[in-house]
Design a protein around this ligand. Structure first.
Ligand SMILES: [Zn+2]
Length: 447
C-alpha cells in the first residue's frame, strides 16, 4: 500500500525536543505500509506509555507548575511503569489555567509559533501555545488514513472560526499538510465571509468536503435555497465533518438527507486538539490514539472508571512540546469501549454524551441534550432551530415549524404529546418563527 505523503516538512535546525524519538516509530509504520489505526492494542499501548513518559519528563524539566503538582503527588521521578498508573498523575482543572498564559508553558516564549485561546464563554480564556514543530512536524506524525479518505483530488471548505480558537486553522493544516487537499478558508460568518459568498466559492471550486458545526451546516443548507444554489447539484459534497458543537444522530440524518452526503462527527478542543473521530460505521468515535491518551473518571471522586461507565473525559496530549495538556479535565461526558468495529480500526471507541454543564435534569433524571434533541427531531414537522429552557424544574421547548401543513397550535400539541411519551415529563411548547440564526456557537440550552 502506498501511503500519502505529507506535503511539507518544516526544517527546524538542531531542534532538540523530547518528541524527536517518535519520528522513528512513525517512520517504521510508514515503512510497514500501515498506520496506528489498525495496530494490535499492545503496540498502541506501548507507544502511549512511552509518549506519556516522554511528556512527563518534559513537563518535569521545563515547567514549575507541573513539577510541583507531580512532587506533591509523591512523584520522585517523572515516570509511570504501566498505563493504568496515569491515574496517579494530578488532574489539570480549567480554573487553574484560565486567564494564565505562562502556567503550562514548557518552552522559551521565543519558541512560540502560534497561540490559540478558547472562546471564554464561561469566564477568562484558556491559552494554548504551539511551537512551529508542534504544528508542522509532531502533530502530523500520526496518520489516520482510514478515518480520513481525503486526498489531493479533494477540495475542502473549512467553515469554522479562524480567529482565536483552533478549529479553522487546525482543519486547514490537517487538510493541507496531512492530505494535500486544497482548502477554501470560509471561516464562519466573519467580516470577509458572508454566507452567499461562501456558498458561491464552494460551487465555483466544486468543494467535495465541508468541515463545520452542525448548526452552520444547517444554516448553509437553509440559505442555499435563498441564493438559488442547489446543494446536491451545484455543490456535490462527499462528506461533511462536524465539530465544535455536538448534535444528535437524528440531526445528522437530516443533514445527510439535505446535503446528500455522509456526515461524520469529529471531537476535539482548542486546548487538546483532535481527540476522536467517527469512522464510516458511525458507531462512536475512534480515539486518535497517536495524539491523545483518554481516560474517563468519576467527576466527583475523580477515580478512573472502567470501559462502559459514563463519566468525565480526561485528555493527555502525547505530541506537544509548547504546552502539553496532562490529564486535562475536559468538562465533557462520555464512556469508552474497546473497538469491535467492523471497520477494523483497533483504536478505542468513545461515546460522547455532551458537556457536563448542559445536562438537563428532567423528572429526576439527567438527560444529555443530544438525546432530547433526538426526540424532538423525530418529529419531521419540526425545524432544526430550537431552544430548551429549564427554569425552576419547568421545561419549555421553543421550536420552529418545518415544511408542515400543521397549524402552530397543532404542532405544539404534537410536540407536547411526543415528548411526554419519550421522557415522561410535561413540557410547555411555544412555536416560534424567529429563532435567531447564529454565526457563533449555537445556544440552545437555557437553564
Ligand atoms: Zn470504526
Amino acid at each position: 500500500m502506498k501511503l500519502q505523503s505529507h506535503k511539507m516538512t518544516v526544517s527546524i535546525d538542531e531542534h532538540a525536543s523530547h518528541l524527536e524519538q517518535f519520528k522513528a516509530f512513525y517512520k517504521q509504520l510508514d515503512d510497514e505500509g500501515r498506520t496506528i489505526e489498525k495496530l494490535p492494542r499492545q503496540r498502541i499501548e506501548d507507544y502511549q506509555l512511552e509518549a506519556i513518559n516522554a511528556t512527563l519528563a518534559h513537563v518535569w524539566n521545563r515547567n514549575e507548575h507541573y513539577r510541583a503538582k507531580l512532587e506533591e503527588a509523591g512523584f520522585t521521578e517523572p515516570k509511570i511503569d504501566r498505563l493504568e498508573q496515569l491515574s496517579t498523575v494530578p488532574l489539570l482543572r480549567k480554573d487553574v489555567i484560565r486567564g494564565d498564559k505562562q502556567k503550562l508553558l514548557c518552552v522559551d516564549p521565543k519558541e512560540i509559533g502560534q497561540v490559540h485561546l478558547t472562546s471564554g464563554t464561561s469566564g477568562k480564556p484558556i491559552y494554548t501555545a504551539y511551537t512551529l514543530a508542534d504544528q508542522y512536524v509532531y502533530d502530523l506524525l500520526p496518520k489516520y488514513l482510514e478515518l480520513f479518505k481525503e486526498t489531493d483530488a479533494d477540495v475542502a471548505a473549512v467553515a469554522l472560526p479562524y480567529e482565536f480558537a483552533l478549529p479553522g486553522l487546525g482543519f486547514q493544516r490537517l487538510f493541507q499538510f496531512a492530505f494535500g487537499t486544497a482548502v477554501l478558508s470560509l471561516g464562519k460568518g466573519g467580516y470577509m465571509a458572508p454566507v452567499d459568498k461562501s456558498l458561491e466559492l464552494m460551487k465555483e471550486y466544486q468543494a467535495t468536503v465541508l468541515a463545520t458545526t452542525p448548526s452552520y451546516a444547517a444554516l448553509l443548507a437553509e440559505q442555499s435555497e435563498r441564493y438559488g444554489i442547489k446543494i446536491g447539484e451545484d455543490i456535490k459534497l462527499k462528506r461533511i465533518i462536524l465539530t465544535g458543537e455536538g448534535c444528535s444522530h437524528t440531526f445528522r440524518t437530516r443533514l445527510e438527507a439535505w446535503w446528500g452526503c455522509e456526515v461524520s462527527f469529529f471531537y476535539g478542543s482548542t486546548e487538546c486538539g483532535g481527540v476522536a473521530v467517527e469512522c464510516s460505521h458511525h458507531k462512536g468515535y475512534h480515539l486518535m490514539e497517536g495524539h491523545v491518551k483518554v481516560e474517563i473518571i468519576d467527576p466527583v471522586t475523580e477515580k478512573p472508571l472502567p470501559y462502559g461507565q459514563t463519566g468525565e473525559i480526561i485528555v493527555t496530549t502525547l505530541l506537544r512540546e509548547g504546552m502539553p495538556m496532562v490529564r486535562y479535565r475536559s468538562g465533557d461526558i462520555g464512556y469508552l469501549q474497546p473497538s469491535q468495529c467492523a471497520c477494523g480500526i483497533t483504536m478505542d471507541v468513545l461515546h460522547l454524551r455532551g458537556r457536563m454543564e448542559s445536562m438537563l435534569r428532567l423528572g429526576g433524571e439527567d438527560y444529555s441534550p443530544f438525546l432530547i434533541e433526538h426526540f424532538l427531531m423525530e418529529i419531521p414537522d419540526v425545524g432544526m432551530w430550537y431552544h430548551f429552557k429549564l427554569n425552576k424544574g419547568k421545561f419549555k421547548i421553543e421550536a420552529e415549524p418545518f415544511r408542515t401543513k400543521l397549524s402552530d397550535k397543532q404542532l405544539a400539541s404534537k410536540i407536547k404529546k411526543h415528548m411526554f411519551e419519550r421522557i415522561g415529563v410535561e413540557c410547555e411548547v411555544e412555536i416560534r418563527h424567529d429563532i435567531p440564526r447564529t454565526f457563533g456557537k449555537a445556544t440552545r440550552i437555557f437553564q
